[in-house]
Design a protein around this ligand. Structure first.
Ligand code: SF4
Length: 272
């Protein structure tokens, strides 16, 4: 099969993204995730295959119902179809130092599709970023190292027990893969999504920063403020909001967390 005919499942394709790597980018969201985070902000990413969900019934100010019915989340595409969208915005990538980001879910779950996409991007001299949980076999991750200009590597909790409890998986493989990526010479920015009461404690951020100190190649940590927008999506997927409802951290809280991590010797960006 021709590489451009390799198929995969995506659930979104976002243009003019400015928080998923350098410059202006197109971000392609691949469907499926092996983690089960209590706070998942992307419930539509979780299932590996397209899924049909019932829209919640909403009411307008006059009590009239609207937005009933079903919608399908996720669709199958070929590499060629994704590239066609990506190539429409090359002028923006060139002018801004941007490129293409593959995110999820966990894009490594569709490794053949991801690898083919990255190969075709490299053929076109496009900057490539992969946003990953790092939860995959090293043999899988290794395949995309030469094709990926930048990894956005998401860490959640350094405490192993808490990580297992709140994400459903151990963080051992994630940390082992991070070490191997560093050894392989990959360019990496670590990202921590700040989930109130779960990942945004000073203890957790200090543990992460102190762990990362041993890697001279990792000098930047991005802290992603909590975005409650994901909470509204839960009823549609029949999922329980196990982490509860929260507000975004205040400016003061974010500044305090920034300073904490900066004091450990990292450049910190709030929001990526
Ligand atoms: S890793 Fe991301 S997509 Fe997967 S369950 Fe956690 S928050 Fe959701």
């Amino acid at each position: 099969m021709e590489i451009t005919q390799v198929k995969g499942i995506i659930f979104d394709l976002k243009k003019y993204a400015v928080h998923d790597g350098p410059g202006i980018r197109t971000t392609v969201f691949l469907k499926g995730c092996p983690l089960d985070c209590w706070w998942c902000h992307n419930p539509e990413s979780r299932e590996r295959h397209p899924q049909t969900v019932r829209r919640p019934v909403l009411q307008d100010a006059n009590g009239r119902s609207f937005q009933e019915g079903e919608e399908t989340i996720g669709w199958e595409v070929t590499v060629a179809e994704v590239l066609r969208e990506i190539e429409k915005d090359v002028i923006f990538y060139d002018r801004s130092g941007g490129g293409v980001t593959f995110s999820g879910g966990e894009p490594l779950l569709q490794i053949d599709f991801l690898e083919a996409l990255l190969q075709e991007c490299k053929t076109r001299d496009l900057h490539t970023t992969v946003d990953t949980t790092g939860y995959a076999s090293w043999e899988t991750l290794e395949r995309i190292v030469p094709l990926t200009d930048l990894f956005l590597y998401d860490l959640k909790l350094l405490d192993g027990k808490l990580h297992r409890k709140y994400t459903g998986v151990s963080n051992r493989l994630i940390l082992q893969n991070l070490e191997k990526l560093v050894q392989a010479g990959a360019k990496i920015i670590v990202r921590v999504a700040l989930i109130p009461g779960f990942t945004d404690s000073p203890e957790n951020l200090l543990q992460i920063a102190r762990y990362l100190k041993k890697f001279p190649a990792i000098r930047r940590i991005d802290l992603l403020p909590y975005n409650p927008i994901g909470e509204a999506k839960y009823p549609k997927f029949g999922m329980e909001l196990r982490a509860g409802k929260h507000k975004m951290q205040s400016e003061e809280q974010l500044e305090a967390l920034r300073q904490l991590v900066e004091q450990e010797g990292f450049a910190v960006r709030i929001g990526g």
